[in-house]
Design a protein around this ligand. Structure first.
Ligand code: SF4
Length: 346
């Protein structure tokens, strides 16, 4: 476990430290101390992302979960290089891509793709599915002629479980599930190694969510893809993730395997997210403990002192208003940013 002693004596989380004795071998994506600050409407500095670090192994899914405004989507747009960080580093397969520009950035974009939440607004309504996919092939210089590009479009549609007849249709002629499959096919045109999935099923009917999630799981197995899966829904994230990072107000507050984080959370905020996951059994629902979180997400331009979660936390003590808890190791491969994480374990 690669960790670093801080001056305060706590063991501080470092992204490569998730890999045990194997070191950085096998890491596909690393984010180091990523920060995104910008000037808000009132003139204050909005700390949208405020020192986020994680690694994702090749073929692994890291779920990133948190409420709206926690910084998870801003992290996603920086990872795919649609936005520049204020500071910090992004490494793709060991290569620093943080400031990649021009041809190098185009090459990065072939290796790491973003799947948008809303498949309808992400597709050009004036283009058929075939034109949508063929255009991406052309932009990237893939497919030597129209026939080769048509063959590749058919191959991509089949890969995402759509029939060839879909190629001639426009986005408004497709169901939500079909549109998101086209969105996935478009992301796969360039044969990426990493997919950043930003709420990929949130805009879909509940009835088709499972189908798209199963498709994503199958594609990951077949193509060896690495996923960064972003969602506000812990129940959704746990189904697809190997590990889960929980974000609150621009920071990771808990990180561990999906089972650790979703079944026995150590941070009160994670516990609140867990409480928000509906339980199908009404009796079990009635037996649930009182929620451990109150109020709305604080303003990222004026984060609370000490632990940023303290105004909403049922476990807060005086020290929480004063001292900002580090994300620290609280068990093998398990990290939490809470002064009393060990207490919650019992
Ligand atoms: Fe709650 Fe204190 Fe832990 Fe923050 S440090 S999550 S306020 S108990």
């Amino acid at each position: 476990m690669r960790t670093r002693r801080t001056g305060a004596g706590a063991t501080r989380y470092e992204p490569g430290g998730l890999l045990g004795s194997a070191g950085p071998v096998g890491v596909m994506l690393t984010v180091e101390s990523l920060v995104k600050h910008y000037r808000g409407r009132g003139g204050g500095v909005v700390r949208a992302v405020d020192g986020v670090s994680f690694s994702v192994r090749r073929g692994e899914t890291l779920g990133v979960v948190g409420e709206s405004g926690c910084g998870k989507s801003t992290t996603a747009t920086m990872v795919v290089r649609l936005d520049d960080p204020t500071s910090g580093r992004i490494l793709l397969d060991g290569e620093d891509i943080t400031r990649a520009r021009g041809a190098r950035l185009r090459s990065v974009r072939r290796r790491i793709q973003l799947l948008f939440q809303d498949p309808y607004s992400a597709l050009n309504p004036r283009l058929t599915v075939e034109r949508t996919l063929a255009e991406v092939l052309q932009v990237h210089g893939l497919g030597r002629d129209d026939a080769a590009r048509r063959a590749r479009v058919d191959e991509l549609l089949s890969l995402v479980g759509l029939s060839g007849s879909v190629a001639r249709r426009y986005p408004h002629q497709l169901s939500g599930g079909q549109r998101q499959r086209v969105g996935i096919a478009r992301a796969l045109v360039v044969s990426p190694e990493v997919l950043v999935l930003d709420e990929p099923v949130s805009a879909l009917d509940v009835s088709v969510r499972a189908e798209v999630m199963n498709l994503l799981a199958r594609l990951q197995g077949e193509l060896g893809l690495t996923y960064l899966f972003i969602s506000h829904d812990l129940g959704m994230v746990r189904h697809i993730s190997d590990r889960i990072a929980v974000m609150h107000l621009g920071r990771i507050v808990e990180l561990g395997t999906w089972r650790q984080v979703s079944d026995s959370p150590l941070h009160p905020y994670t516990r609140a997210l867990q409480d928000a996951v509906p339980v199908p059994d009404p009796e079990a629902e009635a037996r649930r403990a009182a929620p451990v979180v109150v109020g709305d997400v604080p303003d990222a331009a004026h984060p609370p002192s000490g632990c940023r979660f303290h105004p909403r936390c049922a476990y807060a003590e005086d020290v929480c208003q004063r001292d900002d808890p580090l994300l620290r190791e609280v068990g093998a491969g398990r990290f939490a940013a809470c002064h009393f994480a060990e207490r919650l374990e019992s």
